[in-house]
Design a binder for this molecule. Structure first.
Ligand code: ATP
Length: 221
């Protein structure tokens, strides 16, 4: 059976999640208190309804507890986001993802028991900062406060080097998880594997070590 999603708040963030889920073939209930927003999504989502989700009766009336995954994408109105999340948790919704506006908001959502808290503006900011520091950084994923995974374009200077020759573990305390080559991904590459033009190295390490690696990366702009 198809997974059933509900998206609350159809701003830019909630709206784009809603569209992408529909494109992936999922069943999506789109909810917003604003009629115009709901009309905008009426033909796209499986169902689109006007509701103020801080109203417990309205929320229950939507049968929200039967959904597999509810995404709370209410932006500026932090109070509404918190209240909605609290009720979803109390209703034992299986999986709740909430967009946090700031660190305090995130702390409260954590306490309430949201399963997943996303911070899109902050995360995109961090990713862009890393990619402008070094032109080799193609993507950046924070795993925890201390550890990250980074995608580094090998550039032309590394052509023909071996994984063991680079010795990122000894020099930077980082490990190469995989090498992307075209459409193929070589997971746990062998030490003697040679790097080719256009390869992308997927590297894991502590933030400080990754920062050193990015700053000293061979193919400077
Ligand atoms: P984004 O940054 O994603 O574009 P935004 O700035 O559009 O977000 P908001 O306008 O704050 O974010 O909120 C997103 C949506 O959530 C809005 O369309 C708003 O009408 C809706 N919303 C806010 N409060 C509630 C509520 N209590 N019940 C249902 N929808 C709500």
């Amino acid at each position: 059976m198809k997974k059933q999603f509900a998206v609350i708040g159809l701003g830019r963030f909630g709206g784009s999640i809603c569209k992408s889920l529909v494109e992936e073939g999922m069943e999506v209930l789109a909810i917003d208190e604003n009629e115009e927003k709901v009309n905008e999504f009426a033909s796209l989502a499986t169902q689109a309804v006007i509701a103020d989700t801080t109203d417990e009766k309205a929320l229950r009336g939507l049968g929200i507890r039967n959904f597999d995954h509810v995404i709370v994408a209410i932006g500026d109105n932090i109070q509404a986001s918190i209240l909605t999340t609290l009720m979803l948790v109390e209703m034992n919704v299986k999986h709740i993802t909430v967009k946090a506006q700031n660190d305090y908001h995130e702390k409260v959502l954590n306490r309430l028991g949201a399963d997943e808290i996303v911070h899109p503006e902050r995360d995109i900011g961090i990713r862009i900062a890393h990619s402008v520091v070094s032109k080799n950084v193609l993507d950046y994923l924070e795993l925890s406060d201390e550890y990250s995974i980074v995608e580094l374009g090998a550039g032309t200077t590394l052509h023909g080097e071996t994984i063991v020759g680079l010795d990122l573990r000894a020099k930077y305390g980082c490990n190469i998880l995989a090498v992307k080559r075209g459409d193929n991904i070589h997971v746990s590459p062998r030490p003697e594997e040679k790097i080719a033009n256009g390869d992308i190295l997927i590297v894991i390490g502590a933030d400080d070590d990754i920062n050193r690696l990015e700053n000293q990366w061979i193919d400077e702009p």
